[in-house]
Design a protein around this ligand. Structure first.
Ligand code: NAD
Length: 512
């Protein structure tokens, strides 16, 4: 089927309606949403005013005051039901992700699977919100820490993972006893409407099981950055988890700090891989191809810089260039295509200006041109670009959210490692090597300075279980796995005296 024949507006409306979303929430409003697959408009949503957003925050706070009293394993039951509803809706929601963001079908489904996985993680976590008991110097005393819910948590998300990022935050925040208020990207609010409806189904089942839960446990706010700013400014939002560009984090972080609120920042990456002389080049080729071209280069963990040892450069790079020329670019809803569209014209223009800058800095560019399809003049497909660079200069030091892979040659491992770390961002990283010393150094204190450091797999993508996030301009936040739950709770240290005297710490005497 050609792109011209696709009626994505009709298909979107059918999916939304099947998932229980009322048509007035995606028609007749002011926020127009286009599918990058064809460029056609697929929804027009009413937006929240600042006053409506403020009102929603007050209600979410009131709901928090009740929800925090529900025992954590009972809160986990709601997240278990959410996981079940997501399993039931996986095909429809995955398809909607593909339509709204332009991801290939398996990646749209994969994003929903990630939501299911974090729900499973959250259910287990609901019985593991533990604190320590600490030895005390005072006789007949006990010292311990307890973890308490925090409040109404703000979630601001980016377009490229329109639903998974909400679930990473919400599944944990909810079992920790918080309520959530979500401001999705203005480019992808339709999938958010679908998720909210799926959540409400889970909540109805939870109540039907005999559990009690307040209204406004999970709230959705539709709009642009101004709506996000209301979340950032409101005193009843003790934590904002914000995913997006470093520019967004630079605006949001200081404003939260100003009112002593917490921030969990998941910002831009400029991820690299080193290919050592001993690397398995077949495996490397596949790892690099997915990490650099997958999701049309629109993952925060997309591979953007590749350092190749001079002994394997002339073998690997021509093979990579061939893969770049032959990779299938086109309708992401059609089986066989591996690279879908960029999100919009702005993304295409930024890609072209980075390629121009790379050329001016001596780069040799293969690919990068627009791929046009009949009947879809407003869709922006590109052939991924591979650029051989003489040095790590100009655009190589920035994140361009598009499929551009800058390739550089090295001869000394330690110099490659230095260059690897010599960018402002610090999200994800990889080394391809069979040399045990190189691999161990890469993941050691002297190695990669990123939040994620992999061996023999690409930097792109993540698995629920590990903490996700990065250093430096990536913002320092950690989400989803390991002990990331602590960000959504406050810690209290309790000292209990079960004796009849009052010994003071450090031997202090104060006898009145
Ligand atoms: P963006 O920064 O343009 O927007 C992200 C969200 O922030 C949107 O919801 C937007 O409305 C909101 N926003 C923007 N400015 C704001 C402000 N001043 N106050 C409050 N809210 C504001 O990002 P995008 O184009 O949607 O997404 C791409 C970027 O996101 C890339 O840089 C990518 O690396 C990053 N990203 C990071 C991660 C991660 O986990 N580190 C994950 C996904 C995407």
């Amino acid at each position: 089927m050609t792109l011209a024949n696709l009626n994505l507006a009709a298909e979107t409306q059918k999916i939304l309606s099947d998932l229980g979303v009322k048509s007035e929430s995606y028609t007749g409003g002011t926020l127009a949403v286009r599918s990058p697959v064809t460029g056609a408009e697929i929804g027009k949503l009413p937006e929240h005013s600042a006053a409506a957003a403020t009102d929603a925050i007050e209600k979410a706070h009131a709901a928090f005051l009740e929800w925090r009293l529900v025992p954590a394993p009972k809160r986990g039951e709601l997240v278990r039901l959410l996981g079940e509803e997501l399993r039931a809706a996986k095909t429809a929601l995955g398809r909607l992700v593909s339509i709204e963001v332009g991801k290939i079908t398996s990646e749209g489904l994969g994003e929903v699977q990630e939501m299911i996985d974090i729900c499973d993680f959250g259910v287990g976590l609901s019985r593991q919100l533990y604190g320590l008991t600490i030895a005390t110097e005072r006789a007949d005393h006990r010292m311990m820490e307890t973890w308490h819910p925090l409040g109404a948590i703000g979630i601001i998300s980016a377009f490229n993972f329109p639903v998974a990022v909400w679930s990473w935050n919400a599944a944990l925040a909810l079992v920790c006893g918080n309520t959530t208020i979500w401001k999705p990207s203005e480019k992808t609010p339709l999938t958010a409407l679908a998720v909210q409806s799926i959540f409400e189904k889970a909540l109805s089942r939870y109540i039907a099981e005999g559990n009690t839960a307040p209204q406004n446990l999970s709230t959705l706010l539709i709009g642009g950055r101004e709506v996000g700013e209301v979340l950032v400014e409101h005193e009843k939002v003790p934590l904002v988890s914000a995913t997006g560009s470093t520019a967004m984090g630079r605006a949001v972080g200081p404003r939260l700090a100003q009112r002593f609120a917490r921030s969990l920042l998941e910002l831009g990456g400029n991820n690299a891989a080193i290919v050592g002389p001993s690397a398995d080049l077949d495996l490397t080729l596949r790892g690099v191809a997915f990490a650099a071209m997958g999701t049309a280069g629109q993952r925060c963990t997309t591979l953007r810089r590749l350092f190749v040892h001079d002994s394997v450069y002339d073998t690997l790079v021509p093979r990579l260039a061939k893969a770049y020329q032959s990779v299938t670019v086109g309708n992401p809803l059609e089986a066989g295509n591996l690279v879908g569209p960029l999100i919009d014209k702005g993304a295409f223009e930024r890609m072209q200006s980075s390629l121009d800058a790379a050329k001016s800095a001596g780069g040799k560019v293969i690919g990068g041109e627009r791929v046009e399809f009949d009947g879809a003049p407003d869709a922006f497909y590109v052939r991924p670009a591979i650029v051989e660079m003489p040095a790590q200069t100009g655009p190589v030091r920035e994140e361009t959210f598009a499929p551009i892979l800058y390739v550089m040659k090295y001869s000394d491992f330690h110099e490659a490692l230095r260059l690897h770390n010599d960018v402002p961002q610090g999200l994800s990283s990889s080394i391809f090597t069979n040399d045990m010393r190189e691999a161990e150094i890469f993941v050691s204190d002297r190695g990669s300075d990123c939040g994620i450091a992999n061996v023999n797999i690409g930097p792109s993508g993540a698995e629920i279980g590990g903490a996700f996030g990065g250093e430096k301009e990536t913002g320092g936040g950690r989400e989803s796995g390991s002990d990331a739950w602590r960000a959504y709770m406050r810690r209290a240290t309790n000292t209990m005296n079960y004796g009849r005297t009052l010994p003071l710490a450090q031997g202090v005497k104060f006898d009145v």
